[in-house]
Write a protein that binds this ligand. Sequence first.
Ligand SMILES: *Cc1c(COP(=O)(O)O)cnc(C)c1O
Length: 515
Amino acid sequence: MNYINGEVNNSEVNSYPHLGLQHDDFRSAAHALVDRIIDYYGTLAERQTFPNVKPGFMRTLLPGQAPEEAENWPQVFSDVEKVIMKGSTHWNSAGFLAFFPCGTSYPALLGDLLSGAANPIGFSWASSPACTELETVMMDWLAKALNLPEFYLHNGIGPGGGVIEGLASEATLMTLSSARSKAIRTQLSLHPNQTHHDIAKRLVAYSSNLSNSSVEKAGKIALVHLKLLDADKDGSLRGETLLAAIEIDKKNGKIPIYVCASLGTTACCTFDDLTEVGPICEKEGMWLHVDAAYAGSALLCPEFQYIRKGLEFTTSFNFNPHKWMMVNYDCSALWFKNSSHAVNALNVDPIYLQHEEMGSAIDYMHWQIGLGRRFRAIKIWFVLRMVGLEGLRSHVRRGVAEAKHLEGLVKKDSRYEILFPVTLGLVCFRLKIETFDEEKTNELNRKVYEAIHADRRFFITPASVGGKFFIRIATGHVNCSTAKLDECWNVIQDVTENLLGSSPHLDEYTADCSR
Ligand SMILES: *Cc1c(COP(=O)(O)O)cnc(C)c1O
């Protein structure tokens, strides 16, 4: 691998024709690309966040088939701006306030470059020992940085440990599949004359109606009936709701096996009550998975430790460093209290994957859905070392401070209302109409949202909870700032005034609507 170290001697140069480019050509292309990336980041503030293109725009810009003869890099490179940038939403531009942040950083990009260059597929320990070993150490570093329960550590007190999945969606599917398999094995040992199918059709799992759509999807893939229970008015899944559902299901011969609780829901960043849900899961022998895809990063800070209450009851825990921890996509950290439940669920050992260290080393292929896996630990390693935990904490704190700033602006304008507590970096608000007519309020807010989107300066996402349509603005993106939020708030106010006419009186708008 000495071409990575820059230690290529002249006799070796150009001796790798199978790399698609000669060494020297790669060197100049890559250097130019790095310069271009730096320029890109430097000019992101000026780029229009959301592109003005229509579906199918690219067909007219590209030939109908792949070229027969190789093209050179300058030709290809020149098309990046014309074809790709023309249709790109700039997730790191200052006007991107949609979804949740998708973090990135230069240390993470360096890690990704190196991982792509070495390109190991770390399915087993033996497939590339460094890949597995760095991952186990990084998962322990992260668990300690987030102050997770000690049972999640690889070198801790039990059979626990962490793994890097690609996505939170995979983590949910993985844990639900593990819970399903564990429950079927337990039931088969208790009732040996039943079949796998008899048991599988009785299994039931729960989550709240505010959990991410990927939770419902996991239920569909794992073929487990997943029930979405109502969150309370504060957006939290409560113990009594869960208990009531379990009792009815048990009466009907169902077997409750799993709860996916959210810390930081996608729509409104609310938190399920683990101190209530946890003891119920423990008593019922159910698996308690925590989806903290976004909010998990806040656990880096001592002042947000209060959201971890009840984590001692959990069976698995997941968060996405690729959201709020400056690691670029994709990277999702998952911990099992007892990893053998995952391994037992999905273990398959064909001879071509066996190796002499089996049993004494981790083979991460058993901890995930797929076989192959990227070397993602390296970007975590670079970020943790080059940003440091203090740097990451200030990154999180900046996002929260930005949200508090925007909350202050919204609160100052009596035409709007804040809908959920601004705990971390998400502000949910809407224009309100005093008539309590939800339909009209929703219609008005949809228009506000559409006008902001059509304006193109800011990219935000709406949501709907409990029949209320509202605007959600996420902060903490790489280029977010309070100045940019001021600008966004001005756009929102302008849009509102345009919609309501010169009169700021909402009653007149309402009267208008009813005509
Ligand atoms: C973003 C998000 C997800 C989905 O994350 P992926 O990594 O894209 O699967 C799941 N749950 C919550 C709470 C999220 O915010």
